[in-house]
Each structure stands twice: as structure tokens, then as C-alpha cells.
Design a protein around this ligand. Structure first.
Ligand SMILES: [Zn+2]
Ligand SMILES: [Zn+2]
Ligand SMILES: [Zn+2]
Ligand SMILES: [Zn+2]
Ligand SMILES: [Zn+2]
Ligand SMILES: [Zn+2]
Length: 413
């Protein structure tokens, strides 16, 4: 990196136009509590417990714009850069005389401005200073309205700051920055051939360590918080959980019904509103059931007969050029212990005498949150047309088993 020699001037320029902003809690935050029809969190926000990350690591004062970074990714406030004669004070940089004060860490400037802390400077000041320590006051009291804050934490409402500006995926270490302070994730740096996406500078050599720490330190609730999931993850990890969350939304399989809810609520809803208890649309595990499925109906839903809230199983058929595709899916999230079944499906030709039977055994029933009418690419039984003898209904035998797992969590039949 070619460094300019007029860093002092640059520093003075930056400092003169910077405004000291660590925003106190704005009034909009109070609305979060009771907006949105009684939901606890109207907007998803992250919680930062390590408020030290918002302090200049040199002087321990709250960081304000401008923030500078050295080529090794250490940061400092502008007055520290000045005092240090623009030499990074970090042990590893000292001997190499790495300068600090030329290159802004713009993403951190945005984070510092976006994180809302309960009081402007009391709680995250350097502990050495010892002043401003209050015994109470962990819950911010702003203009008489109490905002419930987690002890010693800040809130970040603009979670997009934690996404790579190129690919929009959640940032994970390593994170890089160019001399102009633009950042990118490591796979984008490779894809962009180490050329910054928004300027001409190279990117991929200089880490943005402070953002790596911030991303790990920001905790977000599960997206299904409003449905009852209380789990919390460091930013980006929540997406992995979301797919396996037991509180993930499931959609009613009944045509023209718009109900959606947590799976157990859906099962109760289906039982109360749609289950035709006269026709045997219920199944008992390990018991073979004869089903007549009208091909034109395209879907047949079974419910496990268990106190009105057993899991739902959707049998679907798709008319394709080679024959009928038959699928069996459980309507459930992919969470451990929910709707874990295997099944045997068999179809016999309608002709008497020379009866042929085909069987499809699946070691694990697929779990879906919503029924789809798109032709499946796999996990279906193909019934050729010559097997159907022009009948309008499919007569099948289905036997559903509850999956049992051994102590290592591996399925056993
Ligand atoms: Zn400082
Ligand atoms: Zn350094
Ligand atoms: Zn990226
Ligand atoms: Zn750039
Ligand atoms: Zn969850
Ligand atoms: Zn419904």
C-alpha cells in the first residue's frame, strides 16, 4: 500500500468536519415495545454486549467519526492518531512503523453511529477512569419512558451493516477493506479479483479486524421470536438455525385455506376445520392403510390420530408424461423430534388375476412447511400409465412408521 506523507493534514481535515455523535436513545425505539399488534419486537435488532468494541482501544474513549485503521486492521480515534504521530501503537505494528491516520474505517464509523446505547458515555467508558459509574441505570430511562435494555448492551437496528455490501450475505471472518474504507467478505474479494467493487483500490490484503469482532459480538434473536422461539445467535448463525427452528411457520395444506402457524397449532387447526373424520383420513403408525386417491384432486391429507393434533402427511400426485409421480411429505419444520417418519407405499394394478404390485420404501419422509404443486425432481414413486388401466383413482397402501433414533441420533427402522 502506498502511503501519503500528508497524513497530519488529512487527519486535521477529517477531524475538522467530523461531528461528535454518539446518539442518545431516539424516541423511535420506545415504539418497538408496543407497535405491531402487541408483538414484542416489531423490527429485528441485534444486541451488542461487548460495548468495549465501541471504544478507541488506545484511549478507551467512545469512538466518534473519523475512525482510522492501520494496514493490520487496528483502529484508533483521530486524536490518538495525532498524539501518536500517526504510528500504530500495536506491538506488531510498532516495529514495522505501520502508519495509522490515513485510512478511514468507514464501516466502523457507521456501526458506531448506528449502535444505540442506554446513555451517551457512562456505561462503556474505560473502566480505568472510574468515574461516571452508577449503581443503577442499567435500564435506560429516556425522557421519562423506560426502555428495557439488556444489562450493559447496545442495540443495532440496522443489521444490514453486518452484511457484505457485495453479496449481501452475513459477514463472517475474514473481512477485508480497501484504502477507501469499503469492505467485502473474503469470497467476494476472490470473485472480484482483489479489486474493490466501488473504487479502484485493491481489496483482500488488509483485514478489518474490528468488524470481525463486531459481527461475532452482535446477537440476534431467532426470526421466529414472535412465534415463541427464544433462542439467540451471533449474527449470521441465526440463518442456520432458522431452517431447523421448531417455531418455523407451516401452512395449511387445505386448498383455499390461508392459515399458517407453528406446526402444533396447524395440526389443531386442521383437525378442527378440515379433517373428514368419516373417511379414514387418519393414520396410525405402523398400520397399513388403504387409500383411494382421486387423481384429479392432486392431494390427499392424512392426520395421525393423536388427540386431534397429530402431524399432517400430504400425499400428492403429479401427472407427468411418463406416468404419475406420487409423493409423501410430512408438513412440519425440519426440527429434531418433529414429524420424523419413514413410510412404505405400494400400488397394485387394478386387474384381477395377474395382479402386479410396486412398492416404494422411504427411510425418511421429507418434511415441508408448505405444500408445493411443482413437479418434484426426486423422492417420488412413478406409477406408469399402463399400470393404471385408465382408472380415475389410485388405490394405494400406505404404512407410516415413526422414526426411531439410536443414541447417536442415527435413524433405525
Ligand atoms: Zn483514542
Ligand atoms: Zn496496527
Ligand atoms: Zn461478499
Ligand atoms: Zn474501495
Ligand atoms: Zn428459532
Ligand atoms: Zn386450514
Amino acid at each position: 500500500m502506498v502511503k501519503g506523507t500528508n497524513s497530519q493534514q488529512a487527519l486535521a481535515r477529517e477531524a475538522s468536519c467530523s461531528c461528535q455523535k454518539r446518539q442518545p436513545v431516539p424516541s423511535t425505539v420506545q415504539d418497538e415495545g408496543d407497535n405491531g399488534g402487541g408483538e414484542v419486537v416489531a423490527r429485528r435488532s441485534g444486541t451488542l454486549f461487548e460495548l468495549d468494541l465501541l471504544n478507541c482501544p488506545v484511549c478507551c474513549h467512545a469512538l466518534t467519526v473519523p475512525i482510522f485503521q492501520c494496514d493490520n486492521g487496528h483502529i484508533a480515534c483521530s486524536s490518538c492518531c495525532n498524539k501518536l504521530g500517526n504510528k500504530c501503537p500495536n506491538y506488531n505494528c510498532k516495529w514495522l512503523s505501520f502508519p495509522i491516520g490515513n485510512y478511514r474505517c468507514r464501516i466502523m464509523e457507521r456501526v458506531v453511529e448506528a449502535v444505540i446505547v442506554p446513555s451517551p458515555n457512562a456505561k462503556h467508558g474505560c473502566t480505568d477512569k472510574g468515574e461516571e459509574e452508577e449503581e443503577e441505570g442499567e435500564n435506560g430511562d429516556v425522557d421519562g419512558d423506560v426502555v428495557i435494555w439488556e444489562a450493559q448492551s447496545g442495540m443495532l437496528f440496522d443489521l444490514h451493516l453486518l452484511d457484505c455490501p457485495v453479496c449481501s450475505n452475513a459477514l463472517t471472518s475474514p473481512i477485508f477493506q480497501c484504502d477507501n474504507g469499503h469492505i467485502a467478505c473474503s469470497s467476494c474479494c476472490t470473485e472480484l479479483r482483489y479489486k474493490c467493487h466501488s473504487c479502484i483500490f485493491p481489496i483482500g490484503n488488509y483485514p478489518c479486524r474490528i468488524m470481525e469482532k463486531v459481527v461475532q459480538a452482535i446477537f440476534v434473536p431467532c426470526p421466529n421470536l414472535k412465534h415463541g422461539c427464544t433462542e439467540r445467535f451471533s449474527y449470521g448463525k441465526d440463518l442456520i438455525h432458522e431452517k431447523k427452528c421448531v417455531f418455523a411457520m407451516c401452512y395449511c395444506p387445505q386448498p383455499n385455506c390461508n392459515y399458517r402457524g407453528v406446526c402444533n397449532d396447524l395440526y389443531i387447526h386442521y383437525n378442527a376445520n378440515h379433517l373428514n373424520k368419516k373417511i379414514s383420513n387418519q393414520f396410525v403408525c405402523d398400520r397399513s392403510t388403504v387409500t383411494w386417491m382421486k387423481i384429479s384432486d392432486k392431494i390427499l391429507v392424512f392426520q395421525e390420530s393423536a388427540d386431534g393434533h397429530g402431524p399432517l402427511v400430504a400425499v400428492q400426485c403429479f401427472k407427468e408424461p411418463e406416468g404419475l409421480y406420487v409423493t409423501v411429505n410430512c408438513i412440519a419444520p425440519s426440527a429434531p423430534g418433529v414429524g420424523e417418519f419413514s413410510y412404505d407405499l405400494s400400488y397394485s394394478t387394478p386387474m384381477s388375476g395377474d395382479q402386479h404390485t410396486m412398492t416404494f420404501k422411504s427411510p425418511e419422509m421429507k418434511r415441508i412447511q408448505k405444500v408445493s404443486f411443482q413437479t418434484p425432481e426426486k423422492d417420488f414413486m412413478l406409477v406408469p400409465y399402463y399400470f393404471q388401466d385408465k382408472r380415475v383413482s389410485l388405490k394405494m397402501n400406505i404404512c407410516i412408521h415413526r422414526l426411531k433414533k439410536d443414541e447417536r441420533g442415527i435413524s433405525i427402522r
